[in-house]
Ligand binder design. Sequence first.
Ligand SMILES: [Zn+2]
Length: 461
Amino acid sequence: MDIRVKIEITGPDGVVHEHEIAAFEKGSESAAEIGLSIGDSKELLLTLQQEIVAAQAAAFCADHSTCLCCAGRLRRKGSKAIQYRTVFGDITIDSPRFYHCRCHAGSAQTFSPLTELLPHHVAPEMLWLETKWASLVSYGVTVDLLKDVLPIDKRLNAETVRRHLGRVAMRMEAELADERYSFVETNAYEREQLSNPEGPITVGIDGGYIRSREKGQSHFEVTVGKSIPTDRPDRYLGLVQSHDEKPKRRLNEILKDQGWQENQQVTFMTDGGDSVINIARDMAPASEHILDWFHITMRITVMHQYVKGLAHLNPDEAEEMARRLRQIKGYLWNGNLHDGQEVIDDLVMDLDDIETQYASIKALRKAAREFQTYIANNAWMIPNYAERRRYGERVSTGFVESTVNTVVGKRFCKRQQMRWSRTGAHLMLQTRTRTLDGTLRKKFQQWYPGMKSDGDQKLAA
Ligand SMILES: [Zn+2]
């Protein structure tokens, strides 16, 4: 069977251009022959793209080949071929150069209209597609994937994708306004005049670690967060604190994007670390800081594991300690710090006194003492979790941890033996968080008006 594909383009001058762009010889005897193959589609899309781009470029140049003031025809000074990288292949475009009109000063100078239309030589959608996929999987896999399904030029390599992603992230960084000490802009009277706010926003912030490529350092810390409004989609936050000069501004922008207003309640849930709390400090007038319940239970669980080990050698003492741990958990869950801390003190003393051959007794003692300090330092952030739960409010748990795994995990570490610079990791976090919460495309649409919104979707769990 002979299949021919024809294209018909009507230019702005009304002239119709029609010609054949592809021809396929197809059988119908086997499954493999039915329909377009990937190869057919690549060939077809590339030719189609060439035709469309050529027609558009010609129309644009025709439009810009007359003087804006006197409408006189501009004198042409040759042309040169430029390469335009699109999702459907690298397209060579003939880019004419014109002299400025004699009615202008400096008419000896020349200009190329297409350089103004396409300053970067990379199509916005190509940049978006590369950035999106490289935020999810490695640069190399991104290249393989795109080449598999699209007529992407053979010369595209991991290094180019890395540079393009960096360019996108730096553009986002450049848009971020100055850091401030406080982001509270209203006084109490002004807040009373604000319209009724939407439901409360919960912001969880936590840290994770990434392998470092810098000398004398194996890992560095990254800060990751998730902002969860009652009535709007979630957003992710990601930054490298030792690199970032604007962590508070970054969080503030996310809250504002989510329609937050200063009379709206924000609950910050953290593990109590100073650096993380500082990001949220002086951010929202109606705010509370809560120690994420997840971090309390995690520490108690670790101690329980040790006590189980102890039970093999000292069953009676271990049983008593397990009872104390259950008590501590109960008291803290109910926000009863007084009794909770008393039992923690008892536990620490018992552990000091116990005589045992248990190999991990030192580790258990250390865990208990650290827990004692942890609860004392963060006492001000421990609410009555039980009551919060009854009122249907968040006590966490675990969503922050899963955020760290989602944002940092797959792309940054473990199985991929990849090492990062602080700058590289920070920039990657910017595109990755937007890819995960589905706002990368929206950012591109702000930069490139007219870009359609298809292809944007929330990817993270
Ligand atoms: Zn003129």
